[in-house]
Design a protein around this ligand. Structure first.
Ligand code: ATP
Ligand code: MG
Length: 453
């Protein structure tokens, strides 16, 4: 009653009934959602609440893809949700939601949130600073980004509730923002990146009205906090469609000078081929369901930066190995800060880099020790990329491919005594050498060993 009155008084606040698609009208079945999602929604229904699987999972199922996780939306408040489950934890300070644990699964249960009214707090570019008021299901649909992300699936009735025309858009394979594109992109510029990523991943065309304002608004991305941009870039790079997505970002004017990480990827004078090969390899792995390491990927993205500085230092006569460690520190210190690579990746990135010169030393016991290094596999994969992109000889990578699988006798026969460190240059660093080789990360050859290629 009051709501209807308000709807009449405030323009744009009208309530609409959703279009409800029954099980005969769409292909999603309840056995396609996880057991946890079925149990959580059922429990909420029994307690008299509405509860749906929402967002990316419904989109992915309608597109015939496998969802990563299942988010639940409900009209119950967190305080009403929590007592219904044995292991449920209210999290978040600004906007509270509930994590419900069901076996190994964690379900995120959020209360319907209100759509923006137009007078919410924004920064001077229109970016929303908060989004945290409970609301109706219709409002909850309207505050989401794209129509195909605003669909609600009820696992018990197998109905899909659609307030924004998302089912029609999925059928037309169209990605469309809800509401006025310029306003919605200003509220949250990350939506521009999401548009490009979700379109590439789902094989969708971006609706012309959604795409049109992107080039003009692209620079707003610079106001987004770096950590959030990093998260989005990581999703993009690990989507299994990185190569296409990057091409599309470029086509929509979203590459140059906006995202430091993208500049690193797209504007490399030297490393283009290397990064192309790396991204194509990552895409293949993701699509085949094999694991990929973000640290490995970031090591590839920054490698040519390191290489450039390292080569510069060597040309000035610096000793190769200290020069490499120096270059690594400098690149991670400056470049990684702009890109906001989380610290937890740094150790692995450095190890992968630091092991590279050791592949050039195939004499004595060194190759055997390298084989046993904890990061050998990642470092070897990295070497293979360097070879494929033409940076080092393919022979070298092939040698290591063979060496790994060879028997003891063949391994010994494969050794290259000519690559042993030169005598007479190793007097000063012996103590250091022992220490370095005993340690993990510092396992690069000592400062005075032979020149790595
Ligand atoms: P993926 O998980 O593949 O990145 P997703 O759509 O599930 O895709 P999430 O970040 O998990 O992305 O978000 C879940 C849901 O929250 C989305 O489907 C969408 O409805 C909503 N959402 C996410 N980001 C935004 C945003 N920037 N603006 C408005 N709604 C958003
Ligand atoms: Mg998701």
């Amino acid at each position: 009653m009051i709501r209807r009155l308000l709807a009449r008084l405030i323009p744009g606040r009208k309530t609409h009934a959703p279009r409800i698609y029954g099980p005969a009208d769409h292909p999603v079945r309840s056995d396609q959602v996880s057991r946890g999602a079925r149990m959580v929604t059922e429990k909420l229904h029994e307690a008299g609440f509405r509860a749906f699987v929402v967002g990316g999972a419904v989109r992915d199922l309608l597109l015939g893809q496998t969802p990563k996780d299942f988010d639940i939306a409900t009209d119950a408040t967190p305080e009403q949700v929590k007592p219904l489950f044995r292991r449920a934890y209210v999290i978040g300070r600004r906007f509270r939601l509930v994590h419900v644990h069901m076996g190994a699964e964690v379900l995120e249960v959020s209360t319907f949130r209100a759509a923006q009214t137009g007078d919410d707090a924004t920064d001077e570019h229109g970016r929303l600073l908060s989004d945290n008021v409970y609301g109706t299901q219709e409002g909850d649909a309207a505050r989401r980004d794209f129509t195909i992300n605003a669909l609600y699936f009820d696992p018990q009735s197998e109905e899909i509730w659609d307030y924004v025309g998302g089912v029609t858009d999925i059928r037309a394979r169209r990605l469309k923002l809800i509401g006025a594109p310029v306003t919605r992109f200003r509220e949250d510029p990350v939506r521009m990146l999401r548009a490009v990523r979700l379109a590439a991943k789902g094989g969708l065309a971006i609706d012309p009205k959604t795409a049109a304002p992107i080039p003009k608004l692209a620079s707003l991305i610079q106001n987004v906090p770096p950590a959030r941009l990093f998260d989005e870039m990581q999703k993009l790079l690990l989507s299994g469609h990185a190569t296409e997505t990057l091409a599309s970002l470029r086509a929509h004017g979203l590459s140059h000078g906006l995202l430091p990480l993208l500049d690193v990827i797209l504007e490399q004078p030297l490393g283009t081929k290397f990064i192309e090969v790396a991204l194509a390899g990552t895409d293949t792995r993701v699509r085949e369901g094999r694991p990929v390491s973000p640290a490995f990927l970031f090591a590839t993205l920054l490698w040519h930066e390191v290489l450039q500085q390292w080569n510069g230092a060597k040309a000035r006569g610096d000793k190769p190995i200290p020069a490499l460690f120096d270059a690594m520190d400098r690149v991670l210190g400056t470049q990684a800060e702009r890109i906001a690579i989380p610290r937890r990746f740094e150790a692995t990135i450095k190890e992968i880099w630091a092991l590279q010169p050791r592949f050039e030393q195939r004499a004595g016991s060194r190759p055997f020790r390298l084989l046993e290094h904890e990061r050998f596999r990642a470092a070897y994969d990295f070497l293979a990329l360097r070879a494929e992109s033409g940076e080092v000889a393919q022979d070298l990578a092939d040698w290591w491919t063979r060496f790994q699988d060879a028997g003891e006798a063949e391994r010994t026969a494969m050794l290259r005594p000519d690559e042993a460190p030169k005598k007479g240059r190793r007097s000063r660093g012996r103590g250091r050498k022992r220490r370095a080789e005993a340690g993990g990360l510092d396992g690069a050859p000592p400062a005075d060993s032979g020149e790595p290629g």
